[in-house]
Design a protein around this ligand. Structure first.
Ligand code: ARG
Length: 487
């Protein structure tokens, strides 16, 4: 590209240079340089196609590809000078190519616009992000399954409204998060498949008159389909929104997990101990071991959800087709991707080292009338209508609460007087949390044998999802330019 008199890369139209503040606001190179692998992969696929379609000569294409290789090597090695006056990753690469190989570099951009170029880069980036974050979610699910493996008989109160409600098992409780994470991974992988279309060839908005071969580029970059409408393709950021919404939902699941760890680590619960390496102390209170990491995980949800809302607001009301507003898609996306990676990874490492206190959990069942529903169900089994049983057990609870005792401290005579339908054996069974679990013998319920079956099912589903990631990845590994530098 020749040296424009105005100093602007896009040349002829401008007589004056750019105002410095405008340059700073307009430039995206500070953050979109993160897309350099994607950008170079797209350029190489494009230039190979240009030669194949005889739009440029094979010699020019080889010179351009060789030049791009040196650019890539310099960026990998940290030797590349990113220039704000060259605005974004695309113009930085193109201008650097021209610095190296001269005016033949100007042929690279034939039949292409930065608008379809950035749309391509983003889809290439997102394809990886979908797979990588799905893998992180599956890794965390695997850690939870490892913890759950021998805990189908470890009883604790399940809570509603944070009031002790009914007995459940620790394995069943951990499985609840496995179910969420499997959905999170599935959402990311589904969105990957929707994003997996090549937008290059859409031009600035209305395609190109050059006889490009979009299918050829798609094959090279491992896209099974082409986008179907040029106006849509250059302004479509659905895949980024889908990534952010899947990330926001996953992080909201993690925030629940974080909150429970905070509660469970408190003196009031003492259900769990976290490894020292994942906790912090207090600068003033020597006894403190604080759950800062679960707290931060809980709070990152706000940040990721903020990114989702930020992008949705950017997109709202944009007329077709490309508008510079779309440049604002990248920072929230990158930040959410990094944040989600960190919180999934730290939760997996922290939970791998968590030690649960089965005695404390079981002890918590001794207060709070956790077995009241089981007594009502025993009455139902003896023929009493459920609503009557509920009312009578409620009165029993009220009597105990007034005395400051639990159901266990009622005498046999009192039981006989208040619940004549129940013999001593039926009462003992109704008050036993393990019996209570065993009776909840439906698919999805906490009976230990159901939970053991669920454990096997969840393990198989994690493996299936990992196989889906591997299959998908093997279809895109065609693209050597996308790989990270060997370090
Ligand atoms: N840096 C721009 C972005 O991220 C690239 C596309 C610019 N296209 C344009 N016509 N200004 O959106």
């Amino acid at each position: 590209m020749g040296a424009p008199s105005s100093g602007k890369l896009w040349g002829g139209r401008f007589a004056e240079g750019t105002d410095a503040l405008v340059e700073r606001i307009n430039a995206s190179v500070g953050f979109d340089q993160r897309l350099y692998r994607e950008d170079l992969a797209g350029s190489v696929a494009h230039v190979r196609m240009l030669a194949e379609a005889a739009i440029i000569t094979a010699d020019d294409a080889s010179a351009i590809e060789a030049g791009l290789r040196t650019v890539r090597a310099d960026i990998d090695a940290g030797r590349f000078e990113w220039r704000i006056d060259r605005e974004d990753v695309h113009l930085n690469v193109e201008a650097a190519l021209a610095d190296r190989i001269g005016s033949v570099a100007g042929r690279l951009h034939t039949g292409r616009s930065r608008n379809d170029q950035v749309a391509l880069d983003l889809r290439l980036y997102l394809r990886e992000a979908f797979l990588n974050r799905a893998t992180d979610a599956l890794d965390l699910a695997a850690v939870l399954l490892e913890q759950a493996n021998d805990k189908a008989h470890v009883v604790l109160p399940g809570y509603t409204h944070l009031q002790r409600a009914q007995p459940v098992s620790l394995a069943h409780h951990l499985h609840a998060y496995v179910a969420m994470l499997l959905r999170d991974a599935g959402r990311l992988l589904d969105a990957h498949d929707r994003a997996n279309r090549l937008p290059l060839g859409s031009g600035a908005l209305a395609g190109t008159p050059h006889p490009i071969r979009r299918e050829r580029v798609a094959t090279e970059l491992g896209f099974p389909e082409l986008t179907e409408n040029s106006l849509d393709a250059v302004s479509d950021r659905d895949a980024a929104v889908e990534f952010l919404s899947a990330a926001a939902l996953a992080s909201s699941h993690l925030s629940r997990m974080g909150e429970e760890l905070v509660l469970w680590m408190s003196q009031e619960f003492r259900f769990v101990q976290l490894p020292d390496a994942f906790c912090t102390g207090s600068s003033i209170m020597p006894q403190k071991k604080n759950p800062d990491i679960p707290e931060l995980v809980r709070s990152k949800t706000g940040r990721i959800t903020g990114s989702l809302v930020s992008l949705l607001m950017t997109l709202k009301g944009l007329p077709l087709a490309y508008n510079k507003d779309l440049q604002e898609d990248k920072e929230p996306l990158f930040d959410a991707d990094d944040t989600l990676r960190d919180i999934l990874t730290v939760m997996a490492r922290l939970l791998a080292g968590a030690r649960f206190d089965a005695e404390r959990m079981k002890g918590a069942l001794r207060a709070g009338f956790v077995m009241a529903t089981d007594v009502a169900d025993a009455l139902v089994a003896a023929g009493v209508p459920f609503r009557d049983a509920h009312h009578r057990v409620g009165a029993l609870v009220q009597t105990c609460a007034r005395r400051g005792t639990e159901l266990e401290s009622l005498t046999p005579a009192e039981w006989h007087e208040l619940m004549p339908e129940l013999d001593a054996a039926a009462i003992a069974r109704a008050l036993d949390p393990v019996v209570s679990l065993e009776r909840r013998d439906q698919p999805g319920s906490p009976a230990p044998k159901r939970v053991q079956a669920a454990q096997a099912t969840f393990e198989a589903r994690v493996l299936e999802a990992r196989a889906r990631v591997d299959r998908t990845r093997s279809r895109t590994e065609l693209c050597e330019w996308m790989r990270s530098p060997a370090t």
